[in-house]
Design a protein around this ligand. Sequence first.
Ligand code: S3P
Length: 448
Amino acid sequence: MSHSADPRPMSAVPGATLTGVANVPGDKSVSHRSLLFGAMAVGETKITGLLEGQDVLDTGKAMQALGAEVIQHGPGEWSVHGVGVGGFSEPVDVIDCGNSGTGVRLIMGTVATHGFSTTFTGDASLRSRPMGRVTDPLAMFGTQSYGRAQGRLPLTLVGASNPVPVRYVSPVPSAQVKSAVLLAGLNTPGETVLIEAEATRDHTERMLNGFGAQVTTEITDEGRVITLKGQPELRPQTIVVPRDPSSAAFPVCAALICEGSDVLVPGIGLNPTRAGLYTTLREMGADLTYENEREEGGEPVADLRARCGPIKGIEVPPERAASMIDEYPILSVVAAMAEGTTVMHGVKELRVKESDRIDAMARGLEACGVRVEETEDSFTVHGTGGAIPGGATVGTRLDHRIAMSFFCLGMAAQKPVTVDDATVVETSFPNFLPLMEQLGSRFERETS
Ligand code: S3P
């Protein structure tokens, strides 16, 4: 699981000063859901700003395999002709979700209540990730699953022909698990209820309501009780995908740590279920301002302006983890540049991402001369006060966010940092390298 079929080692050259405007791609979570929900609406959904990263393209192919029509009209411009809730047909081949946990888990939820079989697989990273967290609640609807140990892919789901609605208390803070259960509930009569102890990203709830489903959220002593009324008719939508706060994190954080930098990252969604990194960076004393704050499509949006300046280590509380779960790798890089120690609490979910992100960051940071400590559920980075030695090669483990984090670290380190495979950035941020070059970064291709 160390790298893709044709790995491309690449080094980030130190001494970058980043200036200008960074137009980051569309939001990955919203892009997956636009294709998926469009495929279950009756008629044509139009999408602009779709992320054309490999993860989302794989979800598009899966929607076609299930009977929807997915058409690209131009860069970021797509349409989906949906087949209606319950209208998918049995795929004639295995569904390959590549690197995407969101893709596979949401699609599993969707087909779980269609009376046919679907076999899923993915790359080495995805095949190592736990699927029991999704197949367990799906079994309550009447869905059968046949996978490897602990529900690992490849896995076949036999969908329930007469599904029964479910009330499920999620044992993990995961929007993917929540979404899988709600999507299975779409083609189920009655009310499906999902209870989560902590708020995870709420794009599924917001977007399904936009498509005409009835999804309500009640805050109770038990947690957030999310109720979906089954078998709605979904109406096609016109969707403008917001820019991804998780991708914006890379140019923002690179600017914060590279001397003399001043970067504007326009139009970033600051939905509170996604914006924990930006709260954290401001607590660290980062020179990060929100300009032109506004609302777009019902979501708070701002242009982020990041300037390099002194940053101090802090304690990041566990209750913030869900709102910045994908941003801990790049936060660890900022923490490595900071003055003092940063302790990240309540982060054990990082161990089951595209890689074990605590282990991947810990080994990479150590190789670059940064002191770290880890427990199962926490990660501590001892800041170098702006003097990261660098000069190492780090393993990306098929994980796009590990690759981009170490590229950012290399820009600010004393010696170049080599990432063993740059191709993995395709997953979520295909134009990462040219965009960072346009801001002032330099990369050198290594011969392996
Ligand atoms: C996502 C949910 C998160 C996140 C992933 C996208 C989603 O995963 O890490 O990148 O779109 O629902 P978990 O639900 O497993 O935390």
